[in-house]
Design a protein around this ligand. Structure first.
Ligand code: APR
Ligand code: ZN
Ligand code: ZN
Length: 361
């Protein structure tokens, strides 16, 4: 029997979001219905609402979520009703060229539910990132459910489902930060702060946080930054060089997604160092760099999509480290809110007032 629950939809381009009754089908083969307990508000949800991702309105928003599996469809063996899970948007296929080469974190054919959730009049909904978790229940592919230790608070766990994983993974997976490295992180919102926490976890000896907002720099320190630079007040490239013996950082993580901050990252790294772009640019942005500098400085220029995470490998491990007190995931939850508060949360996010607002159900 399909069920009716409450969910937050974006009805049309730039229209305010609203709570509607949505119809969640029973899970078909390979699918699961999850009772959502918490779901963080991410920039990508706002981009969906603004029409910046695609035009497939109405969207069922929300994708940084944790909850309990309620029911599973035929053939599902990895998760069972009652399991506490974090939802992921990288349910790997196992068969694409990336998976077959043993690099499933690049999977090019990730799974989502086949069936559609709808409004009560039958209008099909497009779930944000194939999840749609600003809802009491949601239908996903079973592979989108990653089991973790249920003793973690749902509001904390859900954040690993997107932005926080992107930041931590940018440091530990894409940037390969290791013991003793110097790391600089440009942009200290939720993603940049997670990169700082990840670099700290990986044993970086020096972690330089760069932002234009002193409030953000203060939080960055509490995440593990050893030095801070306000790039409105001083040149971040010179400051990072000065803090690293005149050379630049081994790994620079760009968590803003703009050409000017990318250039800062490019020049603030040491020779043969690594730049990781985890901030998401917009389509009109262009980057211009002397090709001789790209060649001459060596090293690697990488992008990090979802922190190059493999949910089944990374989520349980990071939750365990959090529960052991080694990863302060709880600090990313600025406030917990209700389903009806999502529009207000977008506003606060836009003003830079929060790391994450988390809807708790
Ligand atoms: N230099 C340094 N910091 C900057 C600059 C700049 N020119 N412009 C903005 N910032 C800082 C902001 O002050 C803020 O602290 O970057 C941070 C961005 O943080 P959030 O807006 O909270 O965004 P976040 O959720 O961290 O995501 C960062 O990653 O996933 C993508 O779409 C997301 O592109 C965005 C980026
Ligand atoms: Zn694949
Ligand atoms: Zn997100």
């Amino acid at each position: 029997m399909a069920q009716e629950v409450r969910g937050v939809i974006a009805p049309g381009k730039d229209e305010p979001v609203r709570v509607e009754t949505i119809v969640v089908p029973d899970p078909g083969p390979g699918e699961a219905v999850v009772q959502v307990q918490a779901c963080g508000v991410c920039h990508t949800d706002l981009h969906y609402k603004q029409g910046g991702i695609n035009d497939e309105f109405p969207f069922l928003l929300g994708h940084e979520a944790a909850g309990v599996v309620e029911s599973v469809g035929e053939g599902v063996t990895d998760v069972a009703p009652g399991d506490f899970v974090i939802l992921n948007w990288r349910a790997v296929c196992g068969n694409c060229r990336a998976c077959l080469r043993g690099r499933p974190w690049y999977c090019f054919n990730t799974h989502n539910a086949e069936q559609k959730m709808t409004l009560t009049d039958g209008t099909e909904l497009s779930p944000a990132l194939g999840i749609g978790a600003f809802a009491e229940k949601t239908l996903v592919a079973a592979g989108q459910c990653t089991k973790v230790d249920p003793s973690v608070a749902p509001a904390v766990a859900g954040l690993l489902g997107c932005g926080v994983m992107a930041g931590i993974g940018a440091a530990i997976n894409t940037g390969n930060v290791g013991r003793g490295d110097s790391v600089a992180v440009i942009g200290c919102g939720g993603v940049g702060d997670a990169a700082i926490a990840g670099a700290n976890l990986a044993g970086a000896a020096k972690i330089i946080a760069v932002d234009i907002d002193d409030r953000k720099l203060e939080t960055a320190r509490s995440m593990g930054a050893t030095h801070t630079v306000n790039s409105r007040e001083s040149d971040p490239v010179a400051a990072i060089q000065e803090l690293t013996g005149g050379f630049g950082a081994d790994v620079v993580i760009e968590a803003v997604g703009r050409p000017e901050t990318y250039k800062q990252a490019f020049y603030a790294r040491d020779l043969a160092g690594t730049v990781v772009l985890v901030g998401v640019p917009t389509p009109e942005m262009k980057l211009e760099l002397p090709l001789l500098d790209v060649f001459g400085r060596g090293g690697s220029l990488k992008s990090s999509w979802y922190g190059d995470c493999l949910p089944s490998r990374d989520f349980p491990m990071l939750i365990d480290l959090h529960l052991q007190g080694r990863l302060p995931l709880d600090k990313f939850v600025t406030e917990t809110i209700e389903l009806t508060d999502v529009e207000k949360a977008f506003e606060r996010m836009h003003h830079g007032d929060v790391l994450r607002s988390v809807v708790v159900l």
